[in-house]
Design a protein. Structure first.
Length: 302
């Protein structure tokens, strides 16, 4: 009858040391134990397996055919166990695993490449999966656990079940058609646009930016005259490129290098002429998310 036995790490290590030394006395010395308990452990292992692993003689111990095969498998078991332990520790430390990241479309051009490069350099064990959507949809996906981390621009006030981190601030500039009289100016006042037609952010889809545009124009002494409304930044950008109107847009959009649009900075400084980039996550975010956030604040801010 086979003896019930647990193939513990210690037992497998003892067997492999005897197999390597081919001598119980030397193996016991190497393991820091006396020989009788070691011999008993190997005998118990053999009874549990139902096979003889060693041929014992006056000169030492040699592996049987079954012992040779078991030595290979025992080493594989130990290696797999070590790898599993190390991987679990790396995942718990945020050094390995999958992170699902959402973003609003415009951020993909400037900020996401930097994040992906930084993650590849410093956290090569992380796999970052990207998803683009609206700010409202991304916030809900964070809330229900579909995404782990999302990057938004000036989101509407977030509920208490989400955590937000401001990681960059951009100035808002005047976006005008290429042939507009102000296109080549070094800087203008917002009041210089008082007689222009505007494409305005939709208050439902882009509430913060829509509110800021109204307040900034009011501060400059006028109400913007609406020619069109768009529910995302690419739409605002496209209307300006058409030559039909002007808009107020984050100056980073100049990186798109669209020939039909010119960006002109404002001479005045105003809190209404700034846009904030925000990272959001759940309060129980795992270590990988927190490591990515640390990368953002250290390498991407500003």
């Amino acid at each position: 009858m086979l003896e019930d036995i647990q193939l513990t790490r210690r037992l497998l290590e003892q067997f492999l040391v005897v197999a390597d030394e081919r001598h119980f006395g030397r193996a016991a010395e190497r393991l820091g134990m006396s020989q009788p308990p070691l011999s008993q452990s190997i005998q118990r292992l053999e009874r549990g397996l139902g096979v003889r692993l060693f041929d014992r003689g006056p000169g030492g111990a040699t592996l049987t055919a079954a012992g040779e095969v078991f030595a290979v498998d025992a080493q594989r078991l130990l290696d797999s166990q070590s790898a599993a332990i190390e991987r679990a520790r790396r995942v718990a430390a945020g050094l390995e695993g999958d992170v699902r990241v959402g973003y609003v479309s415009i951020l993909s051009h400037h900020y996401l490449p930097g994040l992906l490069r930084a993650a590849a350099e410093e956290l090569p064990g992380l796999r970052v999966h990207l998803h683009q959507d609206s700010a409202v949809a991304l916030a809900e996906m964070i809330r229900n656990g579909t995404l782990d981390l999302a990057f938004l621009r000036d989101p509407a006030p977030l509920s208490a079940d989400l955590v937000s981190l401001d990681f960059a601030v951009e100035r808002i500039a005047a976006a005008v058609p290429r042939h507009h009289p102000l296109a080549g100016a070094e800087a203008i006042g917002l009041g210089d646009l008082r007689d222009e037609d505007f494409v305005l952010p939709d208050p439902t889809a882009l509430p913060t930016l829509a509110h800021q545009v109204q307040l900034a124009c009011r501060e400059a002494g006028f109400t913007p005259r609406s020619r069109a409304v768009s529910d995302d930044l690419t739409g605002l950008f496209s209307y300006v490129a058409s030559g039909l109107c002007v808009s107020l847009l984050p100056e980073r959009l100049r990186d798109f290098h669209v020939a039909e649009v010119a960006f002109v900075p404002f001479a005045e400084r105003s809190p209404y002429l700034e846009t904030t980039l925000v990272a959001i996550h759940r309060p129980d975010a795992d270590a990988a998310v927190l490591r990515l956030l640390e990368l953002i604040t250290r390498r991407m801010a500003g």
